[in-house]
Write a protein that binds this ligand. Sequence first.
Ligand code: EPU
Length: 309
Amino acid sequence: MEIKAKENIKKICKNVLFDEPMKKHTSYRTGGSASIFVKPETIDEFSELIKYLNSDKITFLVMGGGSNLLVKDSGYSGVIISTKDLKEIKILKSDGTKFGIKAQAGAGTQALCRFAIENSLSGMNFATGIPGTIGGATFMNAGTAIGSISDIIDSVGFISPKGEYLTFKKEELKFFYRKLSLSHLNETFGDLIISDISFTLKKGDKENLKNEYKDLLKRRKESQPIEYPSCGSFFKNPAENPAGLLIDRCGLKGLKVGGAMVSEKHGNFLVNFENATTEDILELAQKVKVKVFSEFGITLEEEVQIVGS
Ligand code: EPU
């Protein structure tokens, strides 16, 4: 990266790190370094930065909590922008029964679940235990068996490559299973970056909401290996059968490559059990895919986003 570009980025954002190891910022705790790692503290900094990187044609990616991101060991030669410091959550309007909430992209999904409970608002508990930020969750339409982020969204605010702020209603956005497709908007406006999310919650009973949350968290702990670093579900669930069930039926639980292992608790969790590299995880994933295909003729598709040079 040119020195001039580094200086320009430092002029826009205070919080800039060079050659930053991504294992410090991903839930997998693996990955090489990002040439530049930036954490904007305000939406203005964020949009200025996006405008500058686009105008100087500098490669970048935006990350949320790093809970669905696998960075290659060779690192990322470009700018990684973390939204983690853009975490404001506000109640915008209410008629006493419905409450309009606006959250900046970097607000934690669990912070939102807790915010909803604190304010006796229902509709957010389906997301209990989903790690990462609400921006990341929106980008991949994260969800559980009882709901997806798209169920509660009213509108999403974006930053365009020119640094403009644009809002689109849910009807204008294309949500799919574990995916938000923006290609129809990107054709007109250029690659859009999520800035904030607006949604509606309803008046609920605080104690009931709290108990439901605790119960869902308990069930998650029982069925998922949250004691090890991972990205949650590694593969999307194919239409035919859940990935975890297919992997389990292949007898792959406990399979290891280096420090990576198919969890004994849940087949769709490829955990970093002991200082795994990204290469270990990718090699393990490949073995799993080959076996599942040979047994069932189904090609598993990664849910995790793999980046790097
Ligand atoms: N199963 C097995 N063996 C296993 C794992 C699962 O037979 O080793 C079976 C289970 O018994 C169940 C089915 O497969 O009948 C589905 O498993 P589970 O209920 O654990 O849900 P999942 O489909 O694997 C989804 C989400 C999770 C979310 C859970 C709970 C996807 C890809 N994953 O998992 O989300 O926590 O439901 O609602 O949709 C994530 O996306 O990172 C994530 C953790």
